[in-house]
Design a protein around this ligand. Sequence first.
Ligand code: GLN
Length: 486
Amino acid sequence: MAVNLSRLTIHEAHDRLQRGELTSLALTQALLDRILAVDNDLQAFLTILPEMALEMAAAADQRREQGDDHPLLGIPLALKDVLCLEGVRTTCGSRILEDFIPPYTATSVARLEAAGAIFLGKTNTDEFAMGSSTENSAFCTTHNPWDLTRVPGGSSGGSAAAVAADLCLGALGSDTGGSVRQPASLCGVVGIKPSYGRVSRFGLVAFASSLDQIGAFGKDVTDAAILLETIAGYDPRDSTSMPIPVPAYRQALTGDVRGMRIGVPKEYFIEGIQAETEQAVRAAIARLAALGAEIIDVSMPNTPEALPVYYLIAPAEASANLARYDGVRFGLSAGATDIWENYRQTRGAGFGPEVKRRIMIGAYALSAGYYDAYYLRAQKVRTLIRRDFERAFEQVDVIACPTSPFTAFKIGEKADDPLQMYLADVFTLSLNLAGNCGLSIPCGFDSSHLPIGLQLLGPAFGEEKILRAAHAYEQATTWHLQHPPI
Ligand code: GLN
């Protein structure tokens, strides 16, 4: 039987490429064909790079002939459109950067390139990664491959949908408050947010600098581990990247969780969570117990504070970071001759409503007279949230909980209600505030056959632990083998 090339995982494709049964050129062409066939319906990509991808594939095939065997050599991937790739339009889903062509490449992307990976294109995102559905993109809304009337989650919804629909073998996204894990959950793929400092943020367009981290999407845990291993590590161009060695993450995938202590925080099973989600996540935890893990109840009492704290700190940092879009140096410019008028017109036309809302909230929280009451206080509570994690990780290796309180919602359903939209990340935000690592892995379907995600949270620089637990669970289940109808 002929293999369906677009359905291969990264490690399966690598094996075939190594055995000479497949060329990167053929694989890349198959994916480009699939993108052409389905992306009109899905709208996962903002920019498709067929010529560049085929050139990269030909070069990768040559490198393989010369003996190179990196697991990403010749593997077609997608990049969230907040990551700079030299010479290729990078929009951040915003009109203000509609024609921005970065003169440099993000470190994480450069590391993929050095490994020989192929870039198929740039994927859709909520504007400046602010959102949970991709509906805040200035260009289009991405559809969920399991049900085209629903959102893929966000803000890295384009990357998650592209991996789920087999438009690429893996993808990068960014996660400031959940933007890798939540779309991974809603699209039924694996998504990992590394610890703060694990991956260089150089070339990632900044949203909230103390929370932003680049993460990876894969069709399974092994692929996520391969991607993370390649992009992780110290970078002199990001002073917050940690100068510590990168473990060989795939070696952590032993399939064995015996003796592993898994914490279950009661604060993550709250009223309002979709019943089927809670059932699936509890069943997944029972499965891990059956595999030999020890399940321990833990308490993280400051969890309810995470949402308000995040929605002060993230907008505060965003308001400072987005001040650079002034219509003077790059990006959209209204061209008014008066400088203040030019700022006003450029920013008025270039930013969408959610970005404007965040800039206003952030500027307010940082303003003289309110700084102590809002920003400073939020920072203090942030410390308490981090301590919750520290205390929990004295007792357990990994924490298990839902990724999202609900499965994929209808396009338009929450678009006019920012508070409802913010609730989509109620289980993911704390981790960014603490700086720890986490991932989402498929753990079931609801009655509408929409994917449900199990979230595994780890200590700072404890990626091996969450990957090991996730991989053992994956070995024992078949959720990740199901394919969306598209
Ligand atoms: N949905 C959250 C927000 O809107 C998180 C976004 C993200 O992680 N980039 O801010």
